[in-house]
Design a protein around this ligand. Structure first.
Ligand SMILES: *Cc1c(COP(=O)(O)O)cnc(C)c1O
Length: 430
């Protein structure tokens, strides 16, 4: 038995399902998850020494690739001065300044340790600010695993076929209104019926947890206009898209100023760090200034902050996002070309350093379209690529990520592998 398979067997003794986050278990694609030993640049190595081109990037944070020298140096320097104080440090002020400078809608920001904490806290704050309870979210959007948000959430839940989680009290779920993504009429109807009871609307401004789904311009405009007209807080959950799709996040691409923004993944550069922030009058309702409680022993952790600062400084170089966007576009165009050569129903799109691949003839516009794509073909593709040393997210419902280290060589190797993988799909017994 390989070292990898032995480890997975051992892991299942003391870790439920052998993993510390469900999608890692390969439940939807089948087979044995890879245990990684090391990463460098665009590559990861498993415990049996096999190398893979990595298009997961720790699910988004690693925009600079694995073990980036500047990030490692910053982390080691910070660690030598102590791992945690539970008291203010200068670096967290630097990070707050930088975030508020880069994200125009952000006047104040608070640091937390995970995207889940950021969205959970933003929602509590919106409820405290408005004095209302109802929350609007969209089908297939994932906002972390807080109770009120685990209603028709995407990603891991889709992978395992649970539209929602057990253990969420009905009373909590009852305050969450779930609407179809990109459906302006449904949004207008809900606001006209219950607008004065809605505390917040939370959205993935470019959805990346039901594969990659782009919002229509009309949907983007309607969300801003309706929340403003009805006094509800517009929360952009940019945990995935923040500093991934562009230098001012998705809101910069959309030309929208949300009231609150949640950040995570890239802002922590691979360390546990996330943030929420926005309008100063709303943020002033947070403790210690206001009555909305929120806290964290490790919030603003100096080692995590150092990784975040180093990452944000690197991506601030001129042309960074142009190059990343171009590389990602080359990737999806190359894959589409190989699939078309084999006559397969396949489509793909890229935004910044994020991409979606779909086994459907056209790019999906919403949750139902994604569900209608061919999952068997995705699973075959996933395993054929894995065998050839290309690591994709182990689910048809996840977006993919390209880092600054993915170069022409990695792309060419990916295309060679894809050609064989698509060929296997074309030949499969119908
Ligand atoms: C990853 C993600 C989260 C949750 O972040 P964690 O750090 O995993 O808790 C929330 N919202 C979105 C859009 C995400 O992609």
């Amino acid at each position: 038995m390989s070292h990898n398979n032995a480890l997975f067997a051992r892991a299942r003794h003391h870790i439920p399902g052998g993993v510390n986050s469900p999608v890692r278990a390969f439940g939807s694609v089948g087979g044995t998850p890879r245990f990684f030993a090391r990463g460098e640049g665009a590559h990861v190595w498993d415990v049996d020494g096999r190398r893979y081109i990595d298009y997961v990037g720790s699910w988004g944070p690693l925009i600079l690739g694995h073990a980036h020298p500047a990030v490692l140096e910053a982390v080691m320097r910070a660690a030598r001065d102590g791992l945690s104080f539970g008291a203010p440090t200068a670096a967290e002020v630097d990070l707050a300044d930088l975030l508020c400078e880069r994200v125009p809608s952000m006047q104040q920001v608070r640091l937390v340790s995970s995207g889940t904490e950021a969205t959970m806290s933003a929602i509590r704050l919106a409820r405290g600010f408005t004095g209302r309870d109802k929350l609007v979210k969209f089908e297939g959007c994932y906002h972390g695993h807080a109770d009120s948000l685990l209603v028709k959430a995407g990603s891991g839940l889709l992978t395992f076929g649970n539209p929602s989680s057990a253990g969420v009290p009905a009373a909590v779920a009852a305050d969450t209104i779930v609407l179809p993504y990109n459906d302006v009429a449904a949004l207008e109807a809900v606001f006209s019926e219950q607008g004065d009871r809605i505390a917040a609307l939370i959205v993935e401004p470019i959805a990346g947890n039901m594969n990659l789904i782009q919002p229509s311009p009309a949907f983007v405009t309607a969300m801003r206009a309706l929340t403003e007209a009805h006094g509800a807080v517009l929360i952009y959950d940019e945990v995935m898209t923040g500093f991934r799709v562009g230098p001012q996040c998705a809101q910069g691409l959309h030309g929208i100023k949300p009231d609150l923004t949640c950040l995570g993944k890239v802002v922590g550069g691979g360390m546990p760090l996330a943030a929420f922030g926005g309008r100063a009058d709303i943020m002033a309702r947070l403790a210690p200034l206001g009555p909305v409680y929120q806290a964290g022993t490790l919030s603003g952790n100096p080692v995590a902050v150092a990784a975040g600062l180093a990452t944000l400084q690197e991506i601030d170089r001129p042309g960074f996002f142009e190059a990343l966007g171009q590389r990602t576009t080359e990737l999806v165009e190359g894959l589409s070309k190989e699939a078309a050569n084999q006559g397969l129903a396949f489509s793909a799109q890229a935004v910044g350093g994020m991409f979606g691949i779909y086994f459907s003839a056209t790019v999906p516009q919403g949750f139902a379209d994604v569900m209608a794509s061919d999952r068997d073909n995705f699973n075959l593709f996933f395993h054929a690529m894995l065998e050839q040393g290309v690591y994709l997210a182990p689910s048809a419902f996840e977006a993919g990520f390209v880092s600054a280290c993915h170069g022409t060589e990695e792309l060419e190797m990916t295309f060679v592998a894809a050609k064989r993988a698509f060929d296997q799909i074309r030949r499969k017994p119908q």
